[in-house]
Design a protein around this ligand. Structure first.
Ligand SMILES: Nc1ncnc2c1ncn2[C@@H]1O[C@H](COP(=O)(O)OP(=O)(O)OP(=O)(O)O)[C@@H](O)[C@H]1O
Ligand SMILES: [Mg+2]
Length: 494
């Protein structure tokens, strides 16, 4: 039952309750009917017993234990009229030997009014009834069940009279049958009405669920979020339980909307701050670089150690400028600044990037794998030429800096349906497993990169990811031994 729906549970409980009530009422009323019918029968029995005990039921000397077919007791007038059909009567004469049934007169009034003799077993069963004048249940073999009264007259004659309980049994049986039919109908009605009612009452819950589902499908993880969807007002009546759920959900949605709004607001502020700070730092950095260069250009006036320091200042300020440019770019991409959208040929970009990489890292084995000549225009995408060049440059500089000399690096461009696929694959050592989860997050870099003098910051792949995503593309990485970055961009429609 734990996994049943509320609807089913409610209906089952209602039906079960109706069944229990019907069973209890049926049992009680049947018992009451039976006891009142038995009381009536007992009154009739006592009256019959009195009549039977008042005089001989059979004529003196009659052979009541084996009467003839044309019963002498009725025709002869000696049989006491007024004994109903079915009445059993047994009479033991005064002073008879209890073990000897011969003088005992025992018979019952058959349905046709004739007195029919009892056999010895039935007679013995009648005589076993306690002679206390009270009705007792007795079962007569071959005749069925009876209520019997026995008494001993002052003269010493024992009389036992019995009436069949068939009337009681049949009345009770038909009563029970009627009750069962009525109870079954009541159960059917309860089930049908319960189903309809529960369905109707719980329908607002479906609408609440619908609202919750629609909201859960909204992208809430970034950007400005508008949670316009609410549970309709008619399902938020606090007087009903379902209404309370609806109202609570609305309250929750309002709260979440407000919280997300506040978060978005503070995120934008931080982003703006980073962008502004990066931007503001560019000018002083340019001055530092300029002065350092100036000093380096006039070596005669400077001791050698100061010149060395100046050249360090120059190179560090260059690094810092690059870092600031990266941070500024990320802040702008985060803010959703629109990128240029011009046709860009990835083949051209790949050729240029590999040429540059070759110049920067002649010790690596740079390879190009481009589409065949005729299908060159297939590698056209709509986007920002400068940013896409940066994607390639970052991927190639990674392949150069994070692999050993002699490593083969292949840049592959292919058209796949309505997408253009760009792959940068190297057969180097692969990405360290610890980095794989957070590879595209900011400032993720391997320990080796941190210690090397390459000026690694860990922003390269974060920028690649942000630029590709801003172009509506995806980037994945597979790394066993060797590393393959796969960038997929929507192809420009010709
Ligand atoms: N082709 C590759 N082979 C092996 N490791 C790689 C490769 N590309 C990236 N990595 C690992 O992933 C890390 C993150 O790369 P990412 O380009 O984001 O940062 P970076 O190269 O360290 O610094 P930045 O590019 O900002 O100068 C690197 O530090 C390096 O450990
Ligand atoms: Mg890098």
């Amino acid at each position: 039952m734990g996994r049943w729906t509320l609807r089913r549970r409610l209906v089952v409980v209602v039906v079960a309750l109706v069944a229990v009530v019907a069973a209890a009422m049926g049992t009680l009323s049947t018992l009451a009917l039976q006891s009142s019918l038995t009381t009536q029968l007992d009154e009739k029995l006592t009256a019959a017993h009195r009549r039977a005990a008042e005089g001989p039921v059979v004529p003196q000397g009659g052979t009541a234990r084996a009467p003839d077919a044309g019963s002498p007791f009725v025709t002869g007038g000696s049989f006491r009229p007024g004994l109903d059909a079915g009445t059993v009567n047994v009479e033991v004469p005064q002073g008879a030997d209890p073990t000897d049934l011969t003088p005992v007169q025992a018979g019952y009034v058959a349905d046709d009014g004739n007195l029919t003799a009892l056999d010895d077993t039935q007679t013995a069963q009648m005589l076993a009834v306690p002679a206390d004048g009270q009705p007792h249940p007795v079962s007569l073999t071959g005749l069925g069940s009876y209520r019997a009264v026995a008494s001993v007259s002052p003269a010493g004659v024992t009389t036992a009279t019995a009436l069949p309980t068939t009337s009681v049994t049949s009345t009770v049986t038909s009563f029970v049958a009627v009750e069962v039919v009525v109870a079954a109908l009541a159960l059917l009605v309860a089930a049908a009405a319960g189903l309809v009612l529960v369905r109707r009452e719980l329908r607002p819950l479906d609408r609440v669920v619908g609202t919750a589902n629609r909201v859960s499908r909204l992208p809430l993880d970034r950007g400005e979020v508008v949670l316009a969807d609410r549970v309709p007002a008619r399902d938020t009546d606090p007087a009903t339980e379902v209404g309370q759920v609806g109202a609570a959900l609305n309250k929750l949605l309002g709260h979440v909307e407000q919280a997300l709004g506040a978060r978005h607001e503070s995120e934008s502020q931080v982003r703006q701050f980073v962008a502004d700070a990066s931007h503001e730092l560019r000018t002083p950095l340019a001055s530092i670089r300029g002065y350092a260069e100036l000093v380096r250009r006039s070596p005669d006036e400077m001791p050698v150690s100061a010149l060395q320091a100046m050249s360090r200042v120059e190179s560090e300020s260059e690094r810092m400028t690059a870092l600031l440019e990266d941070m500024l770019l990320l802040a702008r991409l985060d803010a959703g600044r629109p990128l240029a959208s011009e046709p860009v040929d990835l083949t051209v970009l790949a050729i240029d990037a590999v040429t540059d990489a070759h110049a920067a890292g002649p010790d690596h084995d740079w390879r190009l794998d481009l589409p065949s000549e005729e299908s060159l225009e297939d590698a056209l995408v709509l986007g920002d030429d400068h940013r896409l060049r940066q994607v390639l440059a970052n991927l190639l500089s990674n392949a150069r800096l994070h692999t050993a000399a002699g490593t083969a690096v292949t840049v592959r461009v292919r058209r796949a349906g309505d997408r253009v696929v760009l792959q940068v694959a190297d057969d180097g050592p692969g990405i360290p497993p610890a980095l794989r989860e957070s590879l595209f997050q900011r400032f993720t870099r391997g320990d080796a990169s941190r210690n090397s003098a390459t000026g690694s910051t860990g922003l390269g792949l974060a920028i690649v990811h942000a630029v590709v995503t801003a172009h509506g593309g995806t980037i994945t990485v597979s790394s066993g031994p060797g590393t393959t970055f796969t960038v997929t961009l929507p192809a420009a429609v010709a």
